[in-house]
Design a protein around this ligand. Sequence first.
Ligand SMILES: [Fe+2]
Length: 388
Amino acid sequence: MDFYNDTTLRKYKFEVPEIIFGRGMLSQVGLCARRLGGRKIFLVSDKGLFNAGWVDLVMRSLVEAGLEFVYFDGITNNPKDLEVALGAREYLRLGADVIVGLGGGSCLDAAKAIAILAANGGSIRDYSGSDRIIRPLPPLVLCPTTCGTGSDVSQFAMITDTEHHCKMTLMSRCIAPDISLTDPDTLATLPHEYVGTSAADALSHALESVFSIASTTLTDVHAFKALRLLSASLPRAVQEHRPDDLENLARASLHSGMAFSNSMLGIVHALAHPIGGLYDASHGSINAVLLPEVVRYELPVVTDKLQELAWGLGHRSNGDINAAGDKIQETLDALLEASEAPRSLRSIGVLHKDLPELAQRSLKDISLTTSPRDADHADLLSILEKVY
Ligand SMILES: [Fe+2]
């Protein structure tokens, strides 16, 4: 099948926020918040970014724009329901009107969840699933400081249900922010291990987007662009931290985020979410472990995309589908090795006895609905066993 001329894929929509990208652009946050009608800004970030000086830069930008602000940093990795409930109470108590999120995926997802609760009330569990948000949210400006989340452009947020030790997926057009603002300079202070693991997350977003049954020409444009940037810059960015390579990773994160927000994901994320919920492990690390085996599982049913994908990863195609599949797997392995991310579930603390339960929970994950290949409990468990 000629993918780009496939007439079955002609009906689709593509949603993205306003996007601001560039080194030094974090100083523009104040103007962005004012443009959205803000007077008192609720700034959500974390202690690492505070210590690195980025929170201070944003605060100064808010002051220079003539805005008041309150600062909230009560968020941890894999943000929890109780933390976002506290954030929403503070937002309402202090009379804020625009939310700025500055950080990795945890911070940005938390900012979205705080916005949901502040406008709609109740418990964040009430909004788990697709399109369950009724009232419009406060304006959101999201500024990613890792190179993998995609939360700054996506229609998703993941929040941990602390009672059931699982991650909830909140999905709605209205939680995509008003403005996504990426300043690649922030990657200069990202701890070394997070450069590789968050890039592995971007890699999994791009690949799952290409393989998704909801992918379109528009999502493919962005997914393939992300793959080319990651192929070119991931190894050197991890090794040498050169600004140009880090900027390419930030750009790859943005492109893969736009892709997956509109195509959704697949088995990697369906398996990663329950693992992250149960073990509080790094999302990028989990994806790095799962990605090669999931790609191996899916390759037989995505043969129409393999030539394009091999090209996206920097290989010349000779028309041989099997050779393209081999090249894709080799390149993935090389990129994940270069990312220095963990390569087994055991190494990130997963207990073998939990694998059947993790496979069971994955069956309910919304990401499974766009996987190109069906997977039942036995299939998912087999993947987990192979990467244990
Ligand atoms: Fe992800």
